[in-house]
Design a protein around this ligand. Sequence first.
Ligand SMILES: [Zn+2]
Length: 249
Amino acid sequence: MKLYKTEAIVLRARDCGEADKLLVLYSREYGKIKAMAHGVCKPASRKRGATQPFCHSRFLLHRGRELDSVSQCEGLEAFPALRSDLGKFGYASYLAELVDALTPESEPSEPLFLLFLTTLRLLTSNDAELLTRAFELRAACFAGYRPQLEVCVQCSGPLYGSLRFSPGLGGVLCENCWPVDPGALPCNKGIVEILKLFLRWHPARLSLLQVSRPARNQLKELMRKFLTYHLERRLRAIDFLDKLSAAGP
Ligand SMILES: [Zn+2]
């Protein structure tokens, strides 16, 4: 089988030579795939639209010895609302970078594909910040980094008193245990409950959630440190998002 079909979201598209692009796709059937799209930078190319970052497209790919190539493609959803708003564009770019960082090649996860697609759809008209936090946590779980939120990650006892979150130990520490990790972040019952809702609720329901600015900042810090710990690097889109939020609405 030299040719194969797949439905995918474009994670990255890098110019290669005069007219080609090297694509990184997250596909429903095969997980992450790298593929060359030949001639896509030519103004008349019909592949142009379908190969833009975070476009949801259908691909016919040709299996190559070293690298697959795009034989045909058809755009299904281009998310124009995410391209016309700098803030939403920043969030969508971050989600794509995160999926790329969390996934190895050729390991399919349909739940992650569907979560990514649903979140991109919801980003166009919803609370982008909370959707992104929920996405971070769920995507981390799919990648095998599920934090312990039910009991203390150190002593397995109930969560009582003032709590901390330890990115390294992978969960919440009770009042008794938090000195075991001096790098643990301030946390509280309310934050833990929101994290649990992120895992339980469909992302569409998050718009019902009222979360204060201080709690949002705490969630951001916590998820960021948790992901940086596992990825062992900081993602580029984070700096872009930070610059945007520093510039204000
Ligand atoms: Zn404990």
